[in-house]
Design a protein around this ligand. Sequence first.
Ligand SMILES: [Zn+2]
Length: 150
Amino acid sequence: MSRLYRGYVLDERTIAMIEWAEKKAGFRFRISQGSYNEGGVAASAGTHDGGGAVDFSVRLLLPNKRKRMLNALKDAGFAAWFRKERKGVWTQHIHAIAIGCIDLAPLAKKQVKDYDNMLDGLAGRRVDLSYRPNPKVKFSLIKNQPMVRK
Ligand SMILES: [Zn+2]
């Protein structure tokens, strides 16, 4: 089930994950794109067409705080990356995909694989050596917390 949350369409599990990550990071995040947004943002290349996809604006955050936020999202069970500004394409943001969401768009599913393979999830398939939780986690809505996954 999806609903409007802070002005964006998101499913319940993704909302619970955001709130868990906010608690861990210690501050409230600023959403800039939700899910089920087919045709909404061309630069997202279809990753936001299904469920479990969310972008956050981070342009007002200092690098340390941004990193704390990114790592908290990963600890919650998101495949997440900081995207630097690309002029004419996007402003800086964090792109996050809820791992294990049953409603992911095909490209979002591929990004989860990329995340597990230490890649950046973009077409150029660059290496991304930033933090990953170990062991891997995925969020349980029933337990309202991240659990170990394969
Ligand atoms: Zn995105």
